[in-house]
Design a protein around this ligand. Sequence first.
Ligand code: FMN
Length: 371
Amino acid sequence: MNRTKFIGIAGGSIIATVLTSYLFSDKSNLLRKDLKLISSNNATFKVDENEILHLASLAPSGHNAQPWFVQYLEPYNWIIGNDKSKWLPAVDPTQRETILSIGAFIQNLEYAASTFGYICHWTLLAKTNQDEQVVQVKLNKIESKNPFDISKIRTRRTVRSNFLNDELKTEDLQYLTSSEPEFIHYLPAIGKEGRFISDQTMVANRLQTYRDPAQQELSDWIRFSTKDTDKYRDGLTTASMEIEGFSGWVVRNFYNKDNVMKKDFREVGLDKVKQQVSESAGWILITSKDNLVATLLETGRRMQRLFLKVREKNIAIHPMTQILEEPSIQQQLNQAVGISENIQFILRLGYLKDYPKPVSLRRPVDWFVRS
Ligand SMILES: Cc1cc2nc3c(=O)[nH]c(=O)nc-3n(C[C@H](O)[C@H](O)[C@H](O)COP(=O)(O)O)c2cc1C
């Protein structure tokens, strides 16, 4: 065999191997649209109960941990629970964010119930953020006067990239904040307070990304491969982290938890955050009067009511909670922004040119209902 022929054959087989490997690799993200709503195996479970709980579960939660469960007492009578196995102790040691997320779940549940013609009666059970039983809810059939548009629940999503820098229009700001002005504070990105939040978000992210327990916890919630994504139906996927194209393919096929702990992964993450904070209209801070369980649940509900209003205005929301999660940074926050109440959420806000569809996954209802 002459040299040219050998190189030709060798080159051909390398290309064939590469193509075959690519063909059998993890080529695309598993997205929300790829999954069908699974009907419950529970025989006593009514069809609308399944729908209402599925819609409730489309609520946002830190790292998409979905820290809720539902104890099924009888039809339309449930206890909403706090699932300890889904806590994020490294970034949320007091389960403050867990309760806020459960608050968002409860808001979705109430809106979804109204669409199916039910009114909710709530009884608070939890005295602390750690109590397993949070609230009991009974759904009673009523003449539906004001059904909620559930497409808003289905299409809501966290967006992290490609915000425009346009300032928020006065009428949009009015629409978002006027219902609860004492708890929803808007800080334009170009103002002194807005710039403080942007700068400190960067500082807090740097601190957190090099705090190993926090980074380890993040790595536990990243679903690298489509196989894992499908197995767990929670956490952060390449699609929800907005790691697209070739980079997404590399992460799905070659990355694991160890990579997350490496310097280059941490630095790439920080570069992304730098880009993100440079793009926005401004920040919304959501406050509460105290830190009681009932108040945190109401604050989670408040955040969700706001979140469900933004898409129709082409506005994206990106919770960036690192300032609140790093005590040394959090200390200076209230004074710097001139707010004396408890700040529970820091949300980056901005207009989008194209609003992407939701991609984050949720566990099927049967996985979080306990009888
Ligand atoms: C209490 C809370 C804290 C969050 N903190 C962050 C955050 O710091 N950074 C971020 O990118 N997303 C954050 N999120 C957004 C979640 O990651 C997101 O809701 C989850 O991945 C599900 O995606 P979805 O909102 O598109 O359904 C937070 C959400 C909640 C409710």
